[in-house]
Design a protein around this ligand. Structure first.
Ligand code: ZN
Length: 456
């Protein structure tokens, strides 16, 4: 080692930690976890700094695998309330069509900060909205992610099938397919990193069976695979979608994407609710990933993902907050509690525990993204940590500190480390003017609705 040794920090004596043989903590060197310290022991080599973690529950940084940042601008909108997915989308597309680059930049920072404060170290964004003037949406998001230091997979989403061609969205929010593919290739070339520890990746994500063509699904898959990038979409979210697929393609959603080369282990899909037993077996055999989005599914009354059965069949399961117009919060530790409650109700109290859910929110997320160096605290992995305090009123009297995160309802992390850097300290993002960010978002949201009302 000699002069080449990095800065070694001992995360010392945690109250509890989601790692075996690390009762006295872990040692982080630069961007990596390098050592587990067994209970009662000290690190095996000299250290440079100590973080006293006696008040902290230490988890791997949480991984959110599905979101739409722009939707933070249209939370709790009366025009979208009390609707299921298709009418909900129809009520919001005309508003979203007016989002400007400036408002997207603000909304992205809001979503990222909210996720970071909830213990997220890796975020996935599914941006599929490219009305006129918003061509640089992904570049705008890259800037925000880099500024806040989060690890990210930004998916270049797309919509090409408007109402006049039999799709759901209006023509104001769809793009020509050659334009989508050219921009997808530009983004892959410019930003997609494939090395171990990559901070930024691009994936391709045609929005849904009812908003893109089969041709775009195939060409997107071909392009992503040429760049060693992954594929994402919404699938099997509602019965309306199944009806749509039967009517337009003569097949159920899973048969449809399988015919396009999408039933594969480099694909993860959001929701995955309405699969039958035979489809679950096929998804498991293909080792496809599923993002379970319980809050969105409950708000829109879409249904309940059979996540445990899918996992037992071989599928990879992760958790996502989904867009914050259908959730309407971007808080992953709260979402994990929602997943715990919904899956308990669905599977029975004996069949699923809080550790299953925490596994989905960490390691499961990493696996859906094809990553092995994040999502768990094993030595050699990236130093991505989410640290929660359990000493306020909500936790008073709690016996098991890790279980308490979900059972007592943790809302915010106290510290988040990403690639060895503290990105959240004492619950705050260093250098961020939070009051200003909230005020900017409030103004942007009001202006967006008045612009949309004026245009309609
Ligand atoms: Zn979604």
């Amino acid at each position: 080692m000699g002069d080449e040794r990095g800065i070694r920090t001992w995360i010392k004596e945690p109250l509890a930690i989601l790692a075996s043989e690390a009762g006295s903590g872990i040692v982080v060197e630069d961007d990596r976890i390098v050592e587990h310290v067994p209970s009662g022991k000290s690190p095996s080599a000299p250290i440079d700094a100590v973080f006293d973690a006696r008040n902290h529950v230490v988890l791997p940084g949480l991984i959110n695998t599905h979101h739409h940042f722009f939707q933070t601008l249209t939370r709790a909108s009366p025009r979208a309330q009390n609707k299921s997915l298709f009418p909900w989308l129809r009520s919001l597309y005309p508003v979203w069509a007016h989002i400007t680059p400036e408002w997207l930049a603000i909304a992205t920072r809001v979503a990222l900060v909210e996720l970071l404060k909830s213990g997220c170290s890796t975020v996935v964004e599914h941006h599929y909205l490219f009305p006129e003037g918003l061509d640089a949406a992904i570049d705008i998001e890259v800037e925000a992610v880099r500024e806040l230091g989060l690890r990210a997979v930004l998916t270049r989403g797309s919509m090409s099938l408007s109402e006049k061609d039999g799709g759901l969205p209006p023509h104001t929010v769809v793009q020509a397919e050659d334009c989508i593919l050219a921009d997808s290739e530009r983004l892959l070339n410019r930003y997609h990193a494939t090395h171990d520890g990559a901070m930024l990746q691009i994936a391709l994500a045609p929005c849904s069976p009812f908003s893109v063509t089969a041709g775009l699904m195939c060409e997107s898959a071909e392009l992503a695979r040429r760049h060693n990038a992954r594929l994402h979409t919404h699938l099997s979210e509602t019965n309306d979608e199944i009806e749509y697929c039967l009517q337009h393609f003569g097949r159920r959603p899973l048969d449809y994407i399988e015919s396009l080369g999408w039933l594969a282990d480099d694909v993860w899909v959001a929701h995955g609710i309405h699969f039958n037993d035979e489809e679950i077996a096929r998804i498991g055999a293909a080792r496809m990933g599923i993002t379970h989005c319980p809050s969105s599914n409950m708000v829109l009354a879409s249904g309940c993902c059979r996540a445990l059965e899918l996992e037992m069949a071989g599928a990879l399961i992760s958790i996502g907050v989904d867009g914050s117009a259908s959730n309407d919060m971007s808080n992953l530790i709260v979402e994990a509690r929602q997943a715990f409650l919904l899956q308990r109700l669905h599977e029975g109290a004996e069949n699923i525990g809080y550790r299953d859910i925490l596994r989905w929110a960490t390691e499961g997320g990493a696996r859906c993204l094809g990553r092995t160096e994040i999502g768990s605290l094993i030595p050699g992995n990236q130093a991505d940590l989410a640290m929660f305090r359990v000493d306020d009123l909500a936790f008073a009297g709690a016996e098991d500190p890790i279980a308490a995160l979900l059972l007592c309802g943790s809302h915010y992390a106290d510290r988040v480390m990403i690639a060895g850097e503290w990105r959240l300290i004492d619950g705050e993002v260093p250098g961020l003017d939070m009051a200003n960010l909230i005020s900017e978002q409030r103004v942007a949201s009001r202006m967006l609705f008045s612009k949309a009302n004026w245009a309609s």
